[in-house]
Design a protein around this ligand. Structure first.
Ligand code: ATP
Ligand code: MG
Length: 400
């Protein structure tokens, strides 16, 4: 067993010693069998939440209504979820009711894909009730049970299918794929946040091109904001992803926005529809503004300066896209700028107020802006006397 599982063994032992069952489940089991590194270790147990809590000193109710309790052990947290079944999905997303059960089989049955429905015993034995191992070996993604029903229960699973296909480089099994095609419209019932998580992972997958083409083939994009009519651009994006591997969310969405050819303003409303963070939106808008300039010619020092902390993203997106730019030269030019932020100016607003006859207000702001421009553009040295001298000249001009 990998060390992450080893470290969690005492937890399984404690639960079992109390007479319940406990297994490792989910992505960590799948990834271990694929010899991939694992991130979070998930545990499933026949013990009910209150029973789990009674067994451990420190627990946190992270999702108690779904049966999830986080057990804290050696500064590590382990999500432990009671075996459950889900019934009556009347709205194509969450079950009307979660029922805790004592049977592992019932729990595995409600999982999305056979390769995600494996359980690993403390002893290293794998419980494989749906031929997940054979699908793992054949690199096949297959819905557990009847695909049609599973996508009706939770339409997000269709997005998860294309996401896992991209991430694992697994082929979607024919019947599962057909079912996605038939039920794509159900995706409209899913919150944008959940769809976002899957799409973001898809774009960063090692087989992102395949995942994206499956998404398009099955017309899932018809239910994705701003991408309803973007078939051509998404094929372009799929092509790009053959050679380009974005390694974080901002790069992935930056590349997409660039491929869609959006202005910074349109990028903003597109990304807001997807409920992205303001920080991601700002970084992408700023990157796109620079790239749109560079697409047509050289960027000025001021434009580079304004890019600021978005420059690394802009450079990665440029390198991933087919834009042929000397990004080393751009980065070097940025490094050589005389200042990189307003606070590096050799004078402050209060310096100006002490030395010149100026009060807080629009004129002071205007002078500071102008000084910032001139320093960045190397029209004046970033030295206090030189800047005060220039400020006097600007003031006089203002008075006229
Ligand atoms: P990752 O490596 O991205 O975390 P994962 O397989 O662990 O992949 P999670 O979203 O963390 O994916 O979910 C953990 C497990 O819970 C899955 O392996 C699957 O068994 C089950 N699961 C998660 N979401 C769903 C869903 N929408 N429908 C059915 N089962 C699900
Ligand atoms: Mg996981």
């Amino acid at each position: 067993l990998p060390e992450e599982f080893q470290a969690a063994l005492p937890i399984l032992e404690t639960i079992e010693a109390a007479g319940y069952e406990a297994y490792f489940v989910g992505g960590s089991v799948r990834d271990t069998l694929l010899n991939k590194p694992i991130h979070d270790v998930d545990i499933a147990t026949s013990a009910f939440p209150a029973e789990v809590k009674a067994l451990f000193e420190k627990t946190v109710d992270t999702g108690i209504e779904h049966g999830t309790v986080m057990i804290l052990d050696h500064g590590q947290g382990y999500e432990t979820t009671t075996f459950r079944t889900e019934s009556d999905y009347t709205d194509f997303r969450r079950p009307d009711e979660v029922t805790f059960v004592r049977s592992l089989k019932e729990d595995l049955k409600r999982r999305d894909f056979t390769v995600n429905a494996l359980a690993l015993k403390r002893t290293g034995e794998v419980i494989d009730l749906f031929d997940g191992i054979s699908d793992l070996e054949n690199h096949v993604l297959r819905a557990v049970g009847k695909a049609e029903e599973r996508f009706h229960e939770d339409a997000l699973r269709m997005m998860r299918a294309v996401r896992f296909a991209a991430q694992l480089d697994f082929k979607i099994e024919d019947n599962t794929q057909q079912s996605i095609q038939d039920n794509a419209a159900l995706l409209a019932n899913i919150s944008i946040e959940r769809t976002n998580v899957e799409f973001t992972k898809l774009m960063q997958g090692r087989a992102a091109t395949y995942g994206m083409l499956e998404l398009l083939k099955n017309r899932l994009n018809l239910y994705m904001p701003g991408l309803e009519n973007a078939d051509i651009d998404l094929i372009g994006m799929a092509e790009l992803l053959k050679v380009a591997q974005p390694t974080d969310d901002t790069q992935a969405w930056g590349l997409l926005v660039f491929e869609l050819g959006l202005t910074p303003e349109d990028a903003g409303s597109f990304l807001r529809k997807w409920k992205h963070s303001n920080e991601l939106i700002k970084t992408i808008q700023t990157s796109i503004a620079l790239l749109n300039v560079l697409r047509l010619g050289e960027a000025s020092d001021w434009e580079l300066y304004m890019t600021g902390s978005a420059l690394p993203t802009a450079i990665v997106v440029a390198n991933l896209s087919e834009l042929q730019l000397d990004t080393d030269e751009i980065a070097a030019r940025y490094d050589q700028l005389s200042i990189h932020a307003r606070h590096e100016l050799a004078v402050t607003g209060s310096d100006l107020m002490t030395n010149l006859d100026v009060k807080p207000g629009p004129i002071l702001g205007k002078i500071l802006n102008q000084l910032e421009h001139e320093v960045v553009e190397n029209k004046v040295a970033n030295l206090k006397p030189a800047l005060l001298y220039r400020a006097v000249e600007m003031m006089e001009k203002e008075k006229k």
